[in-house]
Unconditional design. Structure first.
Lengths: 206, 206
């Protein structure tokens, strides 16, 4: 990997390219072009070529991209040529759905543990998982070396959980609680809040 | 509302301001500043002032913003001074979690119907909802005038469902299926795909 810093916004588009390429592969396709990829994603071909050129030379003028090869390269760039273990915090509806979610397979992730603090939920079975007591969360995460967590607890508890996760060594948090989290700058946080997405659309509805 | 077109990226930040303001209100706060709001969200105070100034004068120099008033104004701008009905398509884990999700309350939305095509799911009870047969989806959405839908079906079926929703008059789609959707330009689409968010973070993990 080169030393130059790639803008966030470019890094943010790579997963979209990868998802489209993986779908093409599922369709038994072998070659694609920045043109076709762009049409599928709604981004210009020029932008895609420019983005990819930040990371190396992945295609040949006129022959396009070998899908398999480009998938491999983007997976390597995004550090998902390995599978990352994920801890889910919160065994409510969202946490349970995420823990059972089949969509992580082949995308670089697998949920390995789910925690909750509610005595009524601890020990319950969710898919293949037994809900663990969050009192042991920090220790268990430290011991297993898990570095990615998803927070699916109520908003009022999310910051406290985030603080514990940081203490446990978590470096990337996907937060489903509808609240902004404070975390040290070396810990990445991304957010999923469906109301935010919906509000971004109703603005345009008369 | 003025005639000038506000950039997407500014519209996209308003829901974040609103969420923070609503949280302050829950904490029984009455006045805030762009400074404080910025610290909570991780955006500069200047940016917040600039964004809000696109829509009008909401605060006074030196006295800050009245939280209640600013909430009301942003809700009006985002057209969530009303409650929007939402149709959920897909009664799997994600669709079920979304249908039962309490987080839409007070944020402008309520799920009013959930559809699935699987005979094993049609008629099942999910929270307060009975799963409806998606064979009647287009007609029911047309009749009820619902304009917002969430897609929570497998990727392979998502485009077909989206086409039906467009036919039914849906104007905003929140898509949980991990696939890019083609929709006419008058139909807004937003995406929730946790793997995409996770991949945006693993890039930064060594």
């Amino acid at each position: 990997m080169s030393d130059k810093e790639i803008p966030n916004i470019i890094v943010g588009r790579l997963p979209l390219y990868l998802r489209s390429l993986q779908r093409m592969k599922k369709e038994d396709r072998q070659i694609t072009s920045s043109q076709e990829l762009g049409e599928r994603i709604g981004i210009s071909a020029a932008q895609i070529r420019k983005d990819l050129s930040q990371f190396g030379e992945f295609g040949k003028q006129g022959t396009g991209y070998t899908i398999d090869y480009l998938i491999k390269q983007i997976r390597r760039i995004l550090h998902i040529d390995q599978e990352w273990d994920i801890a889910v915090i919160g065994a409510g509806d969202i946490g349970s759905a995420v823990a059972r979610y089949k969509g992580f397979a082949n995308r670089g992730f697998r949920v390995t543990v789910i925690f909750d603090g509610d005595p009524g939920k601890i020990g319950a079975q969710i898919g293949d998982f037994t809900v663990q007591d969050s009192a042991y969360m920090v220790d268990m995460i430290k011991k297993t070396g898990i570095r990615i967590a998803m927070i699916a607890v109520p908003a009022a508890k999310a910051q406290q959980v985030a603080d514990q996760l940081v203490e446990a060594g978590i470096q990337a948090i996907l937060n489903y609680a509808p609240i902004n989290l404070n975390a040290p700058s070396n810990v990445r946080v991304q957010y999923i809040d469906p109301s935010i997405h919906l509000q971004r659309m109703t603005y345009y509805l008369e």
